[in-house]
Design a protein. Structure first.
Length: 122
C-alpha cells in the first residue's frame, strides 16, 4: 500500500506532536453502523448548497452525487487521531491532506482569473 508524503507527515505529527494514542490513515465511515439523524434536513441543505453554487458560480459542487448518504460514503479522512485520557476521548483530529509536488500553480490561476475578471467588466 502506497503512503502519500503529506499523509505520512501528518501521521508523524499526530503521533509525536499531538501525542495521539489512536490514529489511522485513509479512514472511511462504515454506513452500515451509522444512523443519519435529521436526514431530511441534511438533504434539503445539500440541495440548497448545490443550487447556490450552480447559480452563483456556475459550478456543480456535488457533480453526480445525489444523496447525503452517497456523499458520506464517498468521503475519506486522510488522517484521524484520537487523544485519550482515562476512558474518554479528549481531542479528535481529522485531517485532509493535499500535496502538490509541482506547487499549486497560483500564477496560472491568477492569469486565468484576471482575464476572466476583465472580460466580465466589458
Amino acid at each position: 500500500m502506497k503512503i502519500e508524503v503529506g499523509e505520512s507527515l501528518m501521521l508523524s505529527w499526530l503521533r509525536h506532536v499531538k501525542k495521539c494514542q489512536s490514529f489511522q490513515l485513509n479512514w472511511k465511515p462504515s454506513m452500515n453502523h451509522w444512523h443519519l439523524y435529521n436526514k431530511q434536513s441534511l438533504e434539503i441543505m445539500m440541495k440548497e448548497v448545490s443550487h447556490f453554487y450552480e447559480k452563483k458560480h456556475d459550478f456543480h459542487i456535488f457533480k453526480k452525487t445525489s444523496s447525503m448518504k452517497q456523499l458520506i460514503q464517498q468521503g475519506e479522512i486522510d488522517g484521524l487521531g484520537l487523544c485519550i485520557q482515562g476512558r474518554y476521548v479528549q481531542e479528535i483530529f481529522a485531517i485532509d491532506v493535499a500535496f502538490h509536488e509541482g506547487g499549486l500553480n497560483f500564477e496560472l490561476w491568477r492569469k486565468s482569473f484576471n482575464s476572466w475578471n476583465v472580460s466580465r467588466r466589458s
